[in-house]
Ligand binder design. Structure first.
Ligand code: PMP
Length: 362
């Protein structure tokens, strides 16, 4: 095999090599059935086993309490921006959002189509470089929920602690940081994540919801957009993205084998420290975007003195085998995404590259 790239893509992103190899092994003959898992009915016992085991693995790794349901949906996390207000905001209620950047903004935009949106807090004035202080959070009486984005993939900021919302259910878009650290699911009413960062390939969106919130959707919603449809049918109302779910299954087994979420967090901390240390000790050659207290252990954003130097950095990094270090097109700068599956060696190599680059151009 050719050498694997140092993959810092933001999503779809690096998958564990072991997982890819296992999928390759089973690609044309899944467990001796003479077919791939893509070629059997989603109602077959072979697929059913994968489906149910994937739910069980999520439940085990995240310690999901019994009164929560796990759904496998399509349409990406972006569809959840719409499904959440459609299903959860009742007559006379409002939806409440914390605005922390690009992804929160997209969620807010969709919620406005289906509800009156209350902005509970925003870090717009801080250029979305930090998570707003939510210690004195006040929510309207009629709030159906409070929505947060636990990790802003583009800005590179991440909640270090979650707000107390009392009786108001807390909803979190965890697309870019689910499974990066232990989580107390019982603090949340609903959690959702597109798979294509820490969970597997794109194609499936995981929704974990407290049962009482999603048992009965408003009568006028179409079947596919109702949570109760998917819950009543164990996410098999229509054909699910079987291959994506199968890959998530393998990734979850990999996380479990690595020791679970506490181990993942430690591993991620170690990896990101390598890079943040270079930034912090570079005397301004590299400039971290996020406020240090809120910076992400998944998406590390930084800039340099000018765009020409950033361009040079991207070019030389590509030549050295690094992929995905260009910042999102909406904000520019540089970004290294260090999801669970990004190996320590890739981060170590990036650390060395950054030190060398500074020596050469600093
Ligand atoms: N929320 C966050 C935090 C994201 O990072 C992304 C994708 N990058 C999305 C939502 C949208 O996900 P999808 O492309 O699955 O709709």
């Amino acid at each position: 095999m050719n050498k694997r790239a140092y993959n810092f893509n933001a999503g779809p992103a690096a998958l564990p090599l072991e997982v890819l190899q296992q999928a390759q092994e089973q690609f044309v003959d899944f467990q001796g059935i003479g077919m791939s898992i893509m070629e059997v009915s989603h109602r077959s016992k072979q697929y059913e086993q994968v489906h149910n085991e994937t739910q069980a693995l999520l439940k085990e790794l995240l310690h999901i309490p019994d009164n929560y349901k796990i759904m496998f949906l399509q349409g990406g996390a972006s569809s959840q921006f719409t499904m959440i207000p459609m299903n959860l905001v009742g007559e006379g209620q409002v939806s409440s959002y914390v605005h922390t950047g690009s992804w929160a903004n997209k969620a807010i935009k969709e919620a406005k189509l289906f509800s009156d949106v209350h902005i509970a807090a925003s870090s717009k004035e801080q250029d979305f470089k930090e998570i707003p202080d939510l210690s004195a959070l006040e929510l309207p009486e009629q709030a159906a929920y409070l929505h947060i984005t636990s990790n802003e993939t583009i800005g590179g900021i991440q909640y270090q602690q979650f707000p107390q919302t009392g009786k108001v259910p807390l909803i979190a878009d965890m697309s870019s940081d689910i499974l990066c650290r232990p989580l107390d699911v019982s603090k949340f009413g609903l959690i959702y994540a597109g798979a294509q960062k820490n969970l597997g390939p794109s194609g499936v969106t995981i929704v974990i919801a407290r049962e009482d919130l999603v048992q009965e959707s408003p009568a006028n919603l179409p079947s596919m957009f109702r949570y109760d449809t998917h819950i009543d049918n164990n996410s098999l109302y229509n054909t699910p993205p079987v291959y994506s779910i199968y890959m998530v299954n393998l990734v979850l087994k990999w996380v479990k084998e690595k020791g679970g979420l506490a181990e993942m967090e430690q591993f991620n901390q170690e990896k990101t420290k390598l890079i943040y240390d270079v930034i912090d000790q570079s005397q301004g050659f590299y400039r971290g975007v996020a406020a240090p207290a809120d910076r992400s252990i998944m998406n590390l954003t930084f800039t340099m003195e000018n765009e020409a130097l950033e361009k040079q950095f991207i070019q030389e990094s590509q030549e050295a085998g690094f992929v995905g270090l260009k910042g999102h097109r909406s904000v520019g700068g540089l970004r290294a995404s260090t999801y669970n599956a990004v190996p320590y060696e890739s981060c170590k190599a990036l650390q060395q590259f950054m030190l060398d680059f500074q020596k050469k151009h600093g």
